[in-house]
Design a binder for this molecule. Structure first.
Ligand SMILES: [Zn+2]
Length: 139
């Protein structure tokens, strides 16, 4: 096993130590190994290619003075083939939250997320992608 020495702010080290203790990790090494695997897995598109995927996208935007809501509606219609469900809610002060449940392949979902991200005046855009089907269940 390779040994890696990593520099990071003391405050981050403290948070890692607190987290590892609270969540029963054996130590910093185990925590960092898992964090590294998670991050690599997230961007390892190969395992998502050629698979049926479920995507969840949330968009938060100010409900006044923007055209985001209109744009969300346009995208929903443009991508009707992959939007399995769509939900609009109000969170906090003045915020609209748009939730999309998508079903499609990586290219379709990436295209949709790309258009959402390109929308101006959004406050946050978050998404996750999960393989479904192929007998492996939801991972
Ligand atoms: Zn609204």
């Amino acid at each position: 096993m390779g040994v890696v020495s990593v520099s990071m702010p003391d405050s981050l080290v403290e948070r890692i130590d607190e987290f590892t203790e609270e969540h029963g990790y054996t130590g910093r090494s185990e925590f960092l190994r898992e964090a590294a695997r998670d991050l690599l897995g997230e961007f390892e598109d190969r395992k998502l290619e050629d698979r049926e995927l479920m995507g969840i996208v949330t968009v938060v935007f100010d409900y006044e003075g923007t055209t985001v809501e209109e744009r969300m509606m346009q995208l929903r219609h443009e991508h009707e083939d992959i939007v399995a469900s769509n939900f609009h809610s109000h969170v906090g002060d003045h915020n609209c939250m748009e939730l999309f449940i998508l079903e499609g392949n990586l290219e379709q979902i990436s295209t949709f997320v790309g258009k959402i991200r390109a929308t101006t005046d959004t406050k946050t855009v978050d998404y996750s992608v999960t393989p479904i089907g192929d007998g492996e269940g939801i991972v």
